[in-house]
Design a protein around this ligand. Structure first.
Ligand code: MG
Ligand code: ZN
Length: 381
């Protein structure tokens, strides 16, 4: 009799505890979308001209095919990336490792050579190589970088800086003063003005002719010739914590101003935090960042369709999380996922292209081939 009474008392408590555990698990393994957007198809409006005047290069950090498809499912089966007419894959390995990090991954795109993990704009023997952004500047094109993380973080940094270690944020920030990049917008302000060496790089940027902007609100009033947008002390917030449409707005701002150059422009836009959702094995984090990146792609395609001389290429530096889609619903925008790791993986990642010469980006290519094709198309050295 005593035993039965004990069981009656303990069962409800146990059952309740189990429910809480389930809810916690559900938070990271399942995403239920509640806000959907319409996708316009710009494909048919592409110009027949095959001249590449501008390149807009979008990097979804950590964006494998599951990440791409999670965004498509969440928006009930449609997305801007889905409308891209040409697709292929890129092989992401670093020089010393099958699994690349974001520094070696972005450096492969920026200098066209595979390098060691952690290297920023250096080849595998540690020698600084001119980046595509620097080559474009040299030829008189306008250039820009936009990211949802610190602008000194590995991906954007690799296009402009030359440092042996990605964690040398203050050295990377100082490298921005050694180039003529026209517009850069991201976080990382503390690396410019709260430095061990006491330099105030915001002041130095102003002296060099940059408008220094520290909030998205004030970006609206920037004239836009040369703009240093350092809108967060470190990284911007994730979408889930209120970043808003910063990536889309900053990208549109960059395009609006860079396009004034009749010789063309090179712009790199990074969806930085898709990767962080993967590291956190967090489905809602991945999907919300993916949807934000996709809506930025929509903004880019709107411009490219109208312009006709802009090549748009979207890819990733690597996949993160070994993310697999284990369930969901295309009719309601539900995505369920599982992971094999908290780190990067070595799988092929997708490449998408739109605009003149887009066909060059089909099949399986090396990450370094993307650099070679860009250099050839923009006639850079
Ligand atoms: Mg990155
Ligand atoms: Zn990562």
């Amino acid at each position: 009799m005593k035993k039965i009474l004990f069981l009656i008392l303990i069962i409800p408590v146990f059952a309740k505890a189990q429910n809480y555990t389930k809810i916690e698990e559900a938070d990271k393994t399942r995403y239920v979308n509640t806000s959907f957007y319409e996708v316009k198809n710009y494909t048919k409006k592409t110009s027949k001209k095959q001249v590449v005047k501008n390149i807009i290069f979008l990097i979804g950090d950590g964006m494998g095919t599951s990440q791409v498809y999670s965004g498509i499912i969440a928006n009930k089966g449609n997305s801007y990336i889905r409308t891209m007419p040409v697709s292929g894959f890129n092989k992401t390995n670093a020089s010393d490792d099958l699994i690349t990090d974001s520094a070696a991954g972005a450096t492969a795109f920026s200098i066209g050579e595979k390098t060691y993990n952690g290297a920023i704009g250096l080849d595998s023997s540690g020698i600084a190589k001119k980046t595509i952004l620097e080559s474009a500047e040299e030829k008189g094109l306008s250039t820009g970088l936009v990211a949802t993380c610190a602008i000194t973080h590995a991906t954007p940094a690799s296009f402009i800086a030359h440092q042996p270690d990605r964690n040398m944020y203050e050295e990377i920030a100082a490298d921005f003063l050694n180039t003529d990049v026209d517009i850069f917008i991201g976080g990382g302000r503390d690396h410019f003005n709260k430095r061990k060496d006491g330099r105030d790089l915001l002041l130095e940027l102003e002296n060099k002719g940059y408008e220094v902007v520290t909030t998205m609100d004030s970006l609206k009033f920037a004239k836009g010739n040369k703009v240093a947008g350092l809108i967060a002390p470190e990284h911007q917030a994730p979408i889930e914590l209120g970043r808003g449409d910063m990536l889309k707005t900053a990208s549109a701002f960059a395009i609006k101003n860079l396009k004034k150059n009749k010789d063309g422009f090179f712009l790199m836009i990074e969806g930085s935090q898709i990767d962080w959702g993967g590291h956190d094995n967090n489905v809602p984090y991945i999907v919300t960042e993916m949807l934000d990146f996709d809506q930025t792609i929509g903004e880019v395609l709107k411009f490219a369709a109208n312009d006709g001389e802009t090549l748009v290429v979207i890819t990733a530096d690597h996949e993160t999380g070994g993310f697999a889609i284990s369930g969901g619903d295309l009719n309601t925008g539900i995505v369920e996922g599982k992971f094999t790791t908290g780190n990067h993986t070595g799988v092929l990642v997708p490449v998408f292209a739109y605009g003149p010469q887009a066909e060059l980006f089909s099949g399986i290519m090396e990450n370094t081939d993307i650099y070679a094709k860009f250099m050839q198309l923009l006639e850079l050295k």
